[in-house]
Design a protein around this ligand. Structure first.
Ligand SMILES: [Zn+2]
Length: 510
């Protein structure tokens, strides 16, 4: 059917004047959100209409709904085999990971429609696209933040508990994008800030990028100093007031920072893999306002579309530098430190001494009056506990469960076949300290005080060895090492931290 249609298109000189049907949302005059089935049907229609589009199944949600990616490319090899092209960034866009933030799913379909109709021709000649318009179709249909199983995939990237997160991680592995774009919306009405204190936030579009200090040094410097400011400037120039993401403001007396440093979210997880990783949070208008469409949805979709389009144009303009930096980072990670092999096991925010306060606009709930407010600025990133990347990590507890978890992350490991003696840095937990000053909304973490003992150990058959000469090494080390603020053992199903010798530790390979 698709071949027939493609032939038909080729036979007419009108190929790109072919009328492309509106998205289900446009068709419904922006009044109702289509359900996941209607969206899936529409994406299949685009696939059938255009030789430059291919709809690929990524798997099924907890509630049994398909999760799909629409590939858009001028390269048949990319569409067929997902093969990266030397001069073209692969950009992967995740829409509506939170089901109650629906506007990006609509904006992505609209963009796909335009590309199929031949609009923005420069984009497809310079980029390969992987469009996941609904990362959480259960949430879309149930109007919930989480999936049908009540998993919040957004913070599941270390544990990989949810099937959705697992298949999205598989998709990162399959399509190996240079750029990951995670689209969200942020409500301006907050329980404490609005109901108790009388203020709403007043932000249109906020952006952040991967900000964990362990991201490949040159890649992080480039995204921090060049790409993020350029994106904010371009989106603002296009008429949407964009700012750097300051974290969620829920209380007028809180301090502000940036997007979290942890790797449980897609943004830092993907960046730790060596990808340019961008978060957008566009304004989710208040329920009580009066708008031309329900809860201003048409306008919200317009803003998401503008944000995505502007990001794609910027990535296309930056493609040469961006591709070389991100692909080199995926080949050979180097830390931001001098010798290039140091990981920071502890990372947190602290007072920015150069800029101890920032001024941000709030809107008075009662009358809409806008006023600037000063907030303590805690966006300085503090690093603790430098650890040199080991040759490998050994795992000697719950080995099958660990092997399954490593495989889900596509981390390479080896199962020891016969007893093997190695020099190890046994990690001995002396004491557990709760994270000081855990803030609301920030997951409480346990910090382990660890003594390192060099010992000769004999690994037994069935033990695991995770070599650190692989591209996912820094990500693997941050999740495996008990000294890490982002370790697997912070997750509720993996509470392994307790005083004594820890069953996962660095080893030297001969
Ligand atoms: Zn969200």
């Amino acid at each position: 059917m698709k071949i027939l249609l493609s032939l038909l298109l080729l036979c007419t000189s009108l190929a790109w004047a072919q009328p492309v049907p509106p998205t289900p949302f446009e068709n419904g005059k922006f009044l109702t959100l289509p359900d996941s089935r209607d969206i899936g049907r529409y994406l299949a229609e685009l696939d059938a209409l255009s030789p430059k589009a291919r709809l690929v199944s990524l798997g099924t949600s907890a509630g049994g709904r398909p999760i799909e990616a629409l590939l858009m490319s001028e390269s048949p090899v990319f569409l067929r085999e997902y093969a990266a092209e030397t001069d073209k960034p692969t950009v992967m866009i995740f829409g509506s990971q939170h089901g109650n933030e629906p506007s990006s799913a609509e904006a992505i379909q609209q963009l796909a429609r335009e590309l199929v109709a031949g609009e923005h021709p420069a984009l497809l000649s310079r980029l390969n696209l992987v469009l996941v318009s609904m990362a959480n179709p259960d949430g879309r249909d149930l109007s919930t933040r989480h999936n049908a199983n009540d998993d919040n995939t957004n913070i599941d990237y270390v544990a990989l508990n949810a099937g959705e997160t697992r298949l999205l991680v598989d998709a990162l592995h399959t399509f190996d994008p240079d750029v990951v774009y995670d689209a969200h919306e942020s409500g301006i009405w907050k329980r404490v800030l609005t109901r108790e204190q009388g203020w709403m936030t007043d932000v249109e579009a906020q952006f952040d990028m991967g900000n964990n200090p362990n991201i490949d040094g040159p890649l992080r410097a480039y995204t921090e100093q060049r790409l993020l400011p350029a994106l904010i400037e371009r989106v603002s120039d296009a008429g949407l007031a964009a700012v750097r993401y300051r974290g969620e403001i829920t209380d007028i007396n809180q301090s502000v920072a940036r997007g979290g440093l942890g790797i449980t979210n897609l943004r830092n997880y993907a960046a730790m893999q060596g990808r340019v990783s961008i978060l957008v949070e566009n304004r989710l208008d208040n329920k009580d306002g009066s708008y031309p469409t329900p809860r201003n949805i048409a306008e919200r979709v317009r803003k998401q579309h503008l944000s995505i389009l502007t990001m794609l144009e910027l990535v296309a303009d930056e493609s040469e530098r961006l591709v070389s930096l991100s692909r080199r980072a995926r080949q050979q990670w180097q830390s931001g430190t001098e010798d290039g092999r140091i990981l920071w096991m502890g990372v947190s925010f602290d007072v920015n001494r150069d800029e101890p306060e920032v001024t941000l606009p709030l809107v008075r709930f009662a009358d809409g009056h806008q006023q600037q407010h000063r907030f303590r600025n805690h966006d300085a990133i503090v690093t603790r506990e430098p650890v040199r990347l080991a040759d490998a990590y050994a795992v000697i507890r719950e080995r099958q469960r660990m092997a399954d978890w490593l495989a889900r992350h596509h981390i390479v490991f080896e199962t020891v076949r016969e007893p093997r003696e190695l020099v190890a840095e046994r990690l001995v937990i002396e004491q557990l300290l709760p994270q000081p000053k855990a803030r609301p909304g920030v997951r409480e973490k346990v910090q382990a005080r660890v003594r390192v003992e060099e010992q000769s150990v004999t690994l037994q058959a069935g033990d695991l060895l995770v070599p650190m000469d692989q591209s996912l090494a820094p990500l693997a080390a941050l999740m495996l090492d008990p000294r890490s603020a982002n370790g697997l053992y912070q997750e509720s199903e993996w509470r392994w931290l307790q005083p004594g010798e820890f069953p996962v530790f660095p080893v030297r390979l001969p």
